[in-house]
Design a protein around this ligand. Structure first.
Ligand code: C5P
Length: 240
């Protein structure tokens, strides 16, 4: 496979075309951003760690009946993925209160929910990714009701499997964000990444954050924490 033109530069990844029109080349960058990209810092090893973590998780999900865009980890910083048309929505699933939910509703940190909370945010840097509801999504033509129903179904399956994986790692999955795309056939396919950048993870014993909150709140060294997540994940998945 041969790397082609730069398609898109994101906050933590670059996407390139390849000589195969159905495959994209994703380079995970050694940098972290917060406040929707307003704060950007170079972080040693971060791209490599997220690439490995995301690859292991996508492989696990596929094995457990949740297809996704992951094709292959090519090198430390690169993975190949199937090309899809991204739906400009962030799907957030929450098992306990944290972050924007905690602020919005003034509830105690880590209050557990009887059933998972699901929220959609409209992906727009200019608008700071606003919350968006079903009828707003439909009115703007962002996704059809059928697509939304399928996204919800898959998001709950992802939540179930991720909760199982992280429980085996001694980690509580507080919440996470995923993104979906549409295949040429119009099927909803899980895409983007699943890593400590997009999940809130709390160590069950110490209650320590094992995710990007370490960077957002200046709680310590991000690389050490992400390495800890990878080490535990690799032990559970039986590979490095
Ligand atoms: O900030 P908030 O509480 O809404 O975030 C919910 C979850 O979505 C967190 O796990 C956070 O890391 C993730 N998220 C993300 N990218 C964003 C916003 C939130 O990965 N732009």
């Amino acid at each position: 496979i041969v790397k082609g033109d730069l398609l898109y530069t994101g906050k933590a990844k670059e996407m390139y075309t390849t000589n195969d029109p159905d495959i994209l080349w994703v380079a995970y960058l050694d940098q972290a951003t917060a406040l929707n990209g307003k704060r950007k810092v170079a972080i040693d090893q971060k791209g490599l760690l997220n690439n490995r973590i995301s690859s292991l998780i996508f492989k696990d999900l596929a094995k457990h009946g949740i297809p996704n865009h992951f094709v292959q980890q090519l090198s430390d910083h690169v993975q190949l993925v199937r090309r899809v048309k991204m739906i400009p929505l962030e799907t957030v699933v929450r098992n306990a209160a944290s972050g924007s939910f905690e602020r919005k509703f003034d509830v105690d940190h880590l209050t557990k929910f009887a059933t998972p909370v699901m929220e959609f945010f409209y992906k727009s840097d200019a608008l700071d990714d606003p919350f968006i509801n079903d009828s707003q999504i439909e009115a703007l033509g962002v996704a059809t009701q059928n697509t939304l129903t399928e996204m919800r179904r898959q998001a709950l399956l992802v939540n179930q499997r991720l909760q199982t994986i992280f429980a085996e790692m001694g980690v509580q999955l507080v919440d996470f964000k995923i993104e979906f795309g549409l295949t040429d056939q119009g099927h909803v396919l899980l895409a983007d990444e699943i890593s400590p950048d997009s999940c809130r993870l709390v160590d069950e014993k110490t209650q320590q954050s094992l995710d990007k909150d370490v960077f957002r709140k200046n709680l310590g060294d991000l690389t050490t924490v992400y390495q800890e997540v990878l080490t535990r994940l690799a032990a559970v998945e039986g590979s490095q």
